[in-house]
Design a protein around this ligand. Structure first.
Ligand code: ADP
Length: 398
């Protein structure tokens, strides 16, 4: 089955066209700087020696989606008639939609209801789902919610200390996100270690523009750092991460901020950017710290400390640890973050091979010493593959 996986950002559209029968990528591409005068369009199709790169004005997501569909049709790798389904890595569908579902009006309404909880992610996906439905009528669309992998988290790890009615009336509980990435890691780690997932206690660190850590026992999520919204857990690039709700109320009252205004600050001006004051990108923070910028160094220190704390907490929650995996833009690329996170964790059986950790990227790999009780790994997560598999599964079972 040919499944198109669009991956939407507020000003970007990445995509892959996957053949699920043999799990091969038929086409992929990226349209960047949507809304600007000089959008960049990078595409690759199977059989092409190299990517094509062009620049053109792409005013909005509708125009970007049209470029993508035309491109696939023109190059004979799909097009409307060749795409069997569209699979979306959707973020928040509330309590009713924790898993993978066919996109229909009820699902879109549930996502709309959770826009204030996932303001960075839900609106762009709702809009894209509507455009794809109009552009490719009759092609089934599946939403693979990022919360789905975490449906196995037990109640004691998902409930908050608020009136129980909030959970029943408003769905206030821990959902967890990055489900496709953590699901990939849960399946890939046992393969790499040549063992069964049964009994394996794994901590998956997806560290990127948005970061989360998940405790995975026998292949199932048992706890995770993100909660009711993607704004919680670790410090995100520009989102706050966990904080005391009374701090928010205090500042709202002091500065007379509306919920909308404070939401903007917590989404766009907080996290690594908020602490450092210079950037939300770990590359800039590492450079800044090396050049003596104290707040850049502090932002990194806070982030690394929080990752360590989750590793300790989740090891305790699972009664031990067998494997620790790093993925995402920071997890894959920053040997400094990996080294500092693992430093001092010898008492948990984590011993990094410093040379392997520093070696230039070489794909999925183990970076711990042979004597390390816990296998430490770097993985290139493949969320698109997970979304394609889920899409095919949902459509086959329907
Ligand atoms: P997203 O969550 O948007 O998909 P990624 O997982 O690609 O993003 O992560 C992007 C982040 O990864 C950047 O914001 C930056 O902080 C970090 N990053 C990317 N490359 C490097 C690098 N070479 N060294 C350190 N950090 C990096």
């Amino acid at each position: 089955m040919r499944v198109l996986i669009p991956n939407l950002g507020s000003t970007s559209l990445k995509y892959q066209l996957l053949e699920t029968d043999n799990e091969t990528v038929l086409a992929r591409g990226k349209i960047d700087r949507i809304g600007g005068a000089e959008s960049q369009i990078v595409c690759w199709e199977t059989g092409s020696a190299q990517e094509s790169r062009t620049t053109a004005p792409v005013p909005d997501h509708r125009a970007a989606i049209k470029i993508l569909i035309d491109r696939l049709a023109r190059l004979g790798t799909g097009g409307g008639e060749g795409i069997a389904a569209v699979g979306f890595k959707a973020v928040h569908g509330g309590p009713r939609y924790c898993g993978s579902f066919i996109v229909d009006d009820n699902l879109l309404a549930a996502m709309q209801d959770f826009v204030p909880v996932a303001p960075v992610h839900n609106p762009v996906y709702i809009q894209a789902m509507q455009i794809f439905r109009e552009t490719l009528p009759g092609v089934p669309m599946v939403a693979v919610f990022e919360t789905g992998f975490h449906a196995t988290i037990p109640e004691h790890a998902s409930i908050y200390g608020v009136p129980y009615e909030w959970r029943e009336k408003y769905g206030v509980r821990r959902y967890g996100f990055h489900g496709s990435s953590h699901r990939y890691i849960a399946q890939r780690v046992p393969d790499l270690l040549c063992r069964s997932a049964k009994g394996l206690r794994l901590i998956s660190c997806h560290l990127g523009g948005s970061s989360s850590i998940t405790a995975i026992q026998s292949g199932q999520s048992v706890d995770t750092s993100l909660g009711f919204s993607p704004q919680s857990g670790l410090e995100q690039s520009s989102r706050s991460g966990d904080l005391d709700p009374f701090a928010v109320l205090h500042v709202m009252e002091k500065e007379n901020l509306s919920p909308g205004e404070v939401r903007q600050v917590l989404c766009k001006k907080s996290g690594l950017l908020g602490i450092s004051g210079i950037s939300n990108d770990v590359r800039d923070l590492e450079k800044g710290a090396d050049e003596g910028n104290a707040r850049a160094a502090l932002a990194l220190e806070v982030f690394i400390y929080e990752v360590k704390k989750y590793i300790g907490a989740f090891t305790a929650a699972m009664g031990g640890l067998d494997a620790l995996a790093f993925a995402g833009g920071i997890g894959e690329n920053s040997c400094r973050v990996r080294q500092q996170v693992c430093g001092g964790l010898g008492f948990l059986g984590i011993h990094l091979n410093q040379e392997a950790n520093r070696a230039p990227a070489q794909g999925d790999r183990v970076i711990s010493l042979p004597c390390s009780r816990v296998a430490v790994m770097v993985l290139y997560t493949n969320e698109e593959l997970m979304v394609a598999r889920e899409t095919a599964r949902v459509l086959t079972t329907h």
